[in-house]
Design a protein around this ligand. Structure first.
Ligand SMILES: Nc1nc2c(c(=O)[nH]1)N[C@H]1C(S)=C(S)[C@@H](COP(=O)(O)O)O[C@H]1N2
Ligand SMILES: [Mo]
Length: 432
């Protein structure tokens, strides 16, 4: 459908940057109101014919479907699933599945679409049998059951979780021809509710010389990571609930460690043991894995916070534009260092940039939704987004990221993403 150009105000709306990016206020309350009274908005409607309202649909003539104990998505949305579900050869559960970012809006990932990353599958854990041990450099080693954890005071916070291997395919010499979610969907965002770890550590009585903890999962990989005591005593949480319901098995049921802003690997699922230590334990998961091999052959270790990052998710590969005219570009930005301060968008391959509107809430260590109005003239072009966090970190270009870290790294890719728009409306991953 081709929106007709019947909108005088938008014709004159101030371009905030080249190639049709409009001032971010244009869709905001005042701006949209002014436009609505002053002119037609030309998005994608078609004019209704003279015949009057459409015929009475079949669903108005018979009783609807019954109630159900647990809801599921509309059958017409059944293609919105986790994507690129891959396991190591010969295994069933040592792999990952990804969130279909281009199909979602807002900042919360539905629990059933939260990405998964397991090193040896999802263990079957009966919450009545599960135990969590806190031991090591403590005055009183303690054992908690799930029932006892549920009696402690809880906090609820909205946080992203990102695997440090997310977007790793972008280090390849040619851009992966995948959907946005297939390339970047090892990030999701939930409301997590649980017990602040510091409460339990205080109860166990931490030796003041202990600077670290070890967290171990009850899976067949015994996934284990060392965590600085400062983080454990700050905002670390033992999460029991995700988006209001108990954790899903694949996300760590019945209890997981959650470390806001840190690389996903450290948020140990199916948590069974915390050992208080004076040094890092140097587990396999922090020596042979989750270190970042640099261009000079040395490796970075303990690279905890996820760097500032953003993606335009509408449009993005997996979606297409339906003809020239007015669009709202929509995307997500996040940083392990804090809040998103601003997101700039370019519709001319990075020659000029306009600031996008940030949709509230803008929360620390959470996905932040950004939006900006764009009038596409139908010509091929390149869209980009560039986020800045409140610690002052700015997303680098891909060239700069690789110049600084080399191309052997698998982890911590956070460069500016470019989407090529073709005149057909198709959206492609490009290095530009
Ligand atoms: N016990 C255990 N914890 C684990 C893992 C695991 O395999 N076993 N995977 C880690 C990795 S690499 C990531 S990115 C996150 C993924 O969490 P999710 O599956 O809930 O998205 O969990 C981390 N915690
Ligand atoms: Mo990960």
């Amino acid at each position: 459908m081709r929106p007709r150009s019947r909108d005088r105000r938008l014709e004159n709306a101030q371009e905030a940057a080249g190639n049709g990016l409009l001032d971010r206020r244009v869709f905001m309350k005042g701006g949209l109101g002014a436009l609505a009274t002053g002119a037609f908005m030309a998005f994608a409607s078609t004019e209704a014919g003279a015949a009057g309202p459409p015929e009475i649909p079949a669903g108005m003539k018979i009783a609807g479907a019954p109630l159900s104990p647990y809801g599921s998505p509309a059958t017409y949305e059944r293609e919105v699933t986790r994507t690129l579900i891959r396991s190591q050869p010969g295994t069933t559960g040592a792999g990952a599945s990804r969130t279909p970012l281009e199909a979602l809006e807002g900042i919360i990932t539905p629990s059933g679409l939260h990405f998964e990353r397991h090193h040896n599958g999802v263990p079957a854990i009966d919450p009545a049998q599960h135990q969590l041990l806190i031991h090591g450099m403590v005055a009183r080693p303690l054992v908690f059951t799930v029932a006892s954890l549920l009696r402690y005071p809880m906090v609820s916070r909205i946080h992203f979780l990102e695997c440090s291997g997310n977007s790793g395919a972008m280090y390849q010499p040619t851009p992966p021809a995948l959907t946005c979610g297939q390339t970047h969907g090892l990030v999701s965002c939930s409301e997590w509710t649980g017990v602040p770890l510091r409460l339990l550590l205080a109860e166990a009585g931490v030796d003041p010389r202990a600077d670290w903890i070890l967290a171990e999962g009850a899976d067949a990989a015994a996934m284990s990571r060392s965590v600085p005591m400062r983080k454990a005593m700050d905002d670390a949480m033992l999460a029991l609930y995700q988006n209001g319901e108990r954790l899903r098995p694949e996300n760590g049921y019945p209890v997981r460690l959650f470390l806001p802003g840190y690389e996903g690997n450290m948020s140990v699922k199916w948590l069974r043991r915390i050992k208080v230590t004076d040094t890092p334990t140097m587990t396999k998961d922090e020596t042979s894995r989750y270190t970042d091999l640099q261009g000079d052959g040395k490796s970075l270790m303990f690279t905890y916070p996820m760097e500032v990052k953003s993606l335009i998710t509408r449009p993005a590969p997996g979606l297409r534009l339906t003809g020239p005219g007015l669009y709202e570009l929509s995307g997500i930005a996040w940083s392990g260092h804090g809040k998103i301060r601003k997101v700039e968008v370019s519709a001319d391959g990075g020659q000029s940039w306009a600031e996008a509107a940030l949709s509230p809430p803008v929360l620390a260590h959470a996905l932040t939704r950004f939006r900006i109005a764009w009038k596409w003239n139908g010509a091929p072009t390149v869209l980009k987004s560039r986020a800045t966090d409140d610690a002052g970190h700015v997303q680098p270009t891909r060239d700069r990221l690789i110049a600084e870290h080399g191309a052997n790294v698998i982890f911590h890719y956070n460069a500016i993403q470019a989407w090529g728009i073709e005149s057909s409306g198709e959206v492609k991953n490009v290095y530009a």
